[in-house]
Write a new protein. Structure first.
Length: 350
């Protein structure tokens, strides 16, 4: 699993530009010199930029024709090669590109920082990195200034150090395959923010253990939750939950994944296994992804996905039954009056 260490990271250069919304014709303001940081602020600014970055899921730059045609990839390559000579000029080009992609009505104007970092440790190797960070949401804060025997209280606006809006860290590693990229987008649940990851950066997930584990669990969940509920399989909700539970347990109890072993262990039926493989093929084709039949399981991906594997059996509006263990301890039936029921067996009451 990839490992990052930022304990020795340091600023080399930083420049700040103001980026508006192009759809509203707000324009942009480009700095012509690097930003000055006082010594006491340096540590706070590092935490503001670095700590929120999600280290579990890694990305790489992509392009449908040629990776060299990805504009941020090309500008990052130029910055790694000529940062001493062309840092300001290249940062301005990146800022202009961000403005060109800021065309959704809900995109906020904000301050855009381009940073050149030293001493980023990735998998035991130290390298340089480029940071792209946009701060959009300002918040009020109080100032209480004492003078002589009284205080003067007022307020100002600034950025909360706990919540940068959008971030990207490009490591000078794996250049031929699109670099190693970390991403943060605190508003990614809204469609308007896709411009950051998809339009501006144009990245795709790195096909590492985290990605492989996450995608295979997603395929399994969708297959069990949708395909297996069709009448032809004669699987009820309790069976479905049991399959979901056993699927997650497989990933939790194994260090490595083997597709054939997984299929035989979980589905235990040739017809269902064949249906799963067809479903898997269609999913991969639609998503345009490649998955391996064997890989090391990512515990972080399993932990994330396990939250989505629901083990709750909802019965009308009266009862919720949580099924975590042996499927044989619950039976389904219909009484003489046509009422549906579940019979539950247990050893002791907790």
């Amino acid at each position: 699993m990839s490992a990052f260490d930022f304990t020795e990271i340091e600023f080399h250069k930083i420049i700040t530009h103001h980026i508006g919304n192009k759809l509203r014709d707000e324009g942009y303001l480009l700095s012509s010199d690097i930003s000055a940081i006082d010594g006491a602020t340096t540590e706070i600014l590092l935490k503001y930029f670095i700590l929120p970055l999600k280290q579990e899921e890694l990305f790489t730059f992509t392009h449908p024709v040629n990776i060299e045609m990805n504009e941020i990839y090309a500008l990052a390559s130029d910055l790694f090669a000529r940062h001493e000579l062309a840092f300001i000029e290249t940062s301005q080009s990146i800022a202009k590109l961000l403005y060109e992609n800021s065309q959704h009505p809900k995109i906020k104007e904000g301050e855009f920082n381009v940073v050149y970092f030293r001493n980023v440790c990735y998998n035991g190797t130290y390298t340089d990195a480029i940071g792209l960070f946009k701060s959009e949401t300002s918040v009020p804060f109080l100032k209480m200034n004492g003078k002589d025997n009284h205080y003067f209280i007022n307020h100002d606006y600034g950025f909360d150090v706990k919540g940068i809006d959008k971030g990207c860290l490009i490591l000078n590693a794996n250049q031929d395959n699109g670099y190693i990229v970390l991403i943060l987008d605190n508003a990614n649940k809204f469609g308007e923010t896709r411009y950051w990851k998809d339009a501006f950066l144009n990245v795709k997930p790195l096909s590492d253990d985290y990605f492989q584990t996450n995608e295979f669990l997603t395929i399994t969940k969708q297959f069990v939750s949708k395909e297996l509920l069709k009448d032809e399989y004669n699987i009820d909700k309790a069976d479905q939950i049991d399959l979901l539970n056993r699927s997650v347990d497989y990933f939790k109890s194994h260090d490595t994944f083997d597709r054939l072993d997984f299929e035989n262990t979980i589905f235990q039926n040739d017809e269902v296994i064949e249906s799963f493989r067809r479903f898997d093929d269609v999913y991969r084709e639609n998503k345009q992804i490649e998955l391996n039949n064997q890989f090391d399981i990512s515990a972080k991906a399993v932990k994330k996905q396990a939250r989505a594997f629901k083990s709750v059996l909802k019965l009308d509006k009266n009862f919720h039954i949580y099924i975590h263990g042996d499927r044989n301890m619950i039976e389904q039936g219909i009484d003489n009056d046509g009422r549906k029921f579940y019979k539950i067996y247990y050893q002791e009451e907790n």
